[in-house]
Ligand binder design. Structure first.
Ligand code: SR1
Ligand code: MG
Length: 415
C-alpha cells in the first residue's frame, strides 16, 4: 500500500478497508519500534469518537497496541466545516511538549506523519473518557490535584513569565491555527449570543435563551471583550478544548488528549473550560437526584481552583525568569487576570454547550423536560454571573456559590 500521497484511511463506512489500510500503515510507521504479531493484528474504529478527527485502535494478541489518529479534510461533525489537516502535526507536537511539562499526563506520541496527517498515539483503552465515566456518576478523588498540576505545568511554563521570550515567540509562530481558532471564535465567542442557524436550542427553553443570551446588550459587550482577549492575548500554549471528553481517566491516573485546538491564548480559557464541564456533570447528577455525585462535582470545582492558585504561586516563585515579572505585586496582578478570565470563559463554555452547535450529552441526555430546563437555566444563569461579575471569582468557593445561586434562581423560573 502506498502512503506517500494523502488519503483518508480511516473510513467509518468501510471498516474492512480501514482495517487493511491501518494495519499496513501501522506496520510501516512503527517498523523497528514495535514488534507486532502480524497474524493477530486488528484495527477497529471505536464507537466513541470526537467531533473532528478519525481514530482507529490497533492491537495484537501479544500485548502491543496503539491508536492511529488521522485528520480528514472535513470535520466529522459537519461536511461544511473544514480545518487544515496540519492540525494533526500541531496536536502531536503540543502533546510532546506537554509530555515534557507534565510527564505521564498525556498519551505518548510514537510518530506523526505530515503526509497522511496521522499520528500513532499511546493506547489508553484501559482508561475511560471522563465524560462517559461521569455520565455513570463515577467519581475521581484525585482529579482536582491532577488537573491543577497539569494546568499549572503546561500553562504557566509556556507563558512569558517563565519561557524565554524569543523561544516563546518561535513557538507562537509554530502553533498559529487560524481554522481551529476560527471555530472557537464563532462557536464559543459569538453564536451563543448573536444567534445562529446552526445553534442547537432546546425548544422548550427558546424564550428563556432569547431573553437571557440573545437580547442582553451588557452580556454581549462583556463577551466581545472576552473574544478580543482570546484573539489577541497569546499568554500561554493552551490545550484549547479542555473539556471532560478530552480526558482519559481511571482511579489512579489521568491523561489529557485531543489538543488539536491548541493555540497561544489566555490561560483562563483552559481553566474555565474544566470548571464549566464539571458543572455539566453536576447538572446530570442533579437531574437524577444523585446528591453524592453532585457534591463531588462541586467539591472538585472548589479544590481544583484553589489548588491551581496554590500551585501557581509556588511554581511562579520557583520558575519565573522574566525580571519585570519579579517586581513585587506582579505575581498577584497576573493571577488576578487569569482568574477573571477563568470565570469569563467558564461562562462562555457553559453557554455554548447549552445553546450552541456542539452540545454536551451530560445535558442533552436528561429526558425529563423540567429537569433539562433546570439544567440549562443553571448553565445560563451561572454563566452570566461568571461573565458579568468575573472579578469576584478569586477562589474555589466563589465558583461553587455562584452555581448554587444559579440553581436557586433557575428553580424560581420554573415555579
Ligand atoms: C466543530 S467542532 C465542535 C466542537 O467540538 C470540539 O471538541 C470543540 O469543542 C469544538 O468547538
Ligand atoms: Mg476534541
Amino acid at each position: 500500500m502506498d502512503f506517500t500521497n494523502y488519503f483518508l484511511m480511516i473510513n467509518e463506512d468501510d471498516p474492512a478497508g480501514t482495517e487493511k489500510a491501518v494495519i499496513a500503515y501501522t506496520l510501516e510507521k512503527t517498523r523497528g519500534m514495535i514488534d507486532w504479531d502480524q497474524a493477530t493484528m486488528t484495527a477497529k474504529i471505536p464507537a466513541e469518537h470526537g467531533n473532528i478527527n478519525h481514530v482507529c485502535h490497533v492491537e495484537d494478541k501479544k500485548g502491543h497496541s496503539l491508536y492511529i489518529k488521522q485528520a480528514g479534510l472535513e470535520t466529522r461533525i459537519s461536511k461544511d466545516m473544514t480545518a487544515s489537516v496540519d492540525r494533526n502535526r500541531q496536536e502531536s507536537e503540543i502533546l510532546q511538549i506537554e509530555e515534557k511539562l507534565a510527564p505521564g499526563m498525556v498519551p505518548h506520541i510514537y510518530f506523526y506523519d505530515t503526509v497522511m496527517h496521522a499520528c500513532g498515539m499511546e493506547d489508553c483503552s484501559d482508561f475511560e473518557v471522563m465524560r462517559d465515566a461521569m455520565l455513570k456518576h463515577e467519581t475521581f478523588p484525585l482529579f482536582a490535584d491532577q488537573i491543577s498540576t497539569f494546568m499549572v505545568n503546561t500553562l504557566l511554563y509556556t507563558s512569558d513569565v517563565v519561557m524565554d521570550h524569543k523561544e516563546k515567540k518561535e513557538l507562537t509562530r509554530k502553533f498559529i491555527t487560524p481554522d481551529l481558532d476560527d471555530i472557537t471564535e464563532k462557536l464559543v465567542l459569538m453564536e451563543p449570543y448573536l444567534g445562529a442557524d446552526r445553534n442547537n436550542v432546546y425548544e422548550p427553553n427558546r424564550t428563556f435563551v432569547e431573553k437571557e443570551l440573545y437580547h442582553d446588550d451588557g452580556l454581549h459587550l462583556a463577551v466581545a471583550k472576552l473574544k478580543f482577549n482570546f484573539m489577541t492575548n497569546a499568554q500561554a500554549l493552551l490545550h484549547g478544548d479542555l473539556h471532560t471528553g478530552s480526558i482519559f481517566i481511571k482511579p489512579d491516573a489521568m491523561k489529557v488528549f485531543d489538543c488539536e485546538f491548541g493555540t497561544f491564548a489566555p490561560i483562563g480559557y483552559d481553566v474555565g473550560n474544566i470548571i464549566a464541564n464539571l458543572i455539566f456533570a453536576y447538572d446530570n447528577g442533579l437531574a437524577s437526584g444523585d446528591d453524592a455525585f453532585c457534591d463531588w462535582c462541586l467539591d472538585s470545582i472548589e479544590e481544583l481552583t484553589d489548588q491551581f492558585i496554590d500551585k501557581y504561586r509556588a511554581a511562579y516563585d520557583e520558575a519565573v525568569t522574566e525580571p519585570m515579572a519579579k517586581v513585587p505585586g506582579f505575581k498577584e496582578y497576573y493571577l488576578e487576570s487569569i482568574l477573571k478570565d477563568t470565570a469569563g470563559y467558564a461562562g462562555t463554555e457553559l453557554h455554548r454547550r447549552t445553546v450552541g452547535m456542539a452540545n454536551v450529552v451530560d445535558v442533552t441526555s436528561i429526558e425529563d423536560q423540567e429537569a433539562r430546563l433546570l439544567a440549562e437555566r443553571i448553565n445560563i444563569l451561572a454563566g452570566k454571573e461568571f461573565i458579568l461579575k468575573a472579578e469576584n471569582f478569586t477562589s474555589g468557593p466563589a465558583f461553587v456559590d455562584a452555581v448554587l445561586r444559579a440553581k436557586d434562581a433557575a428553580e424560581k423560573t420554573l415555579q
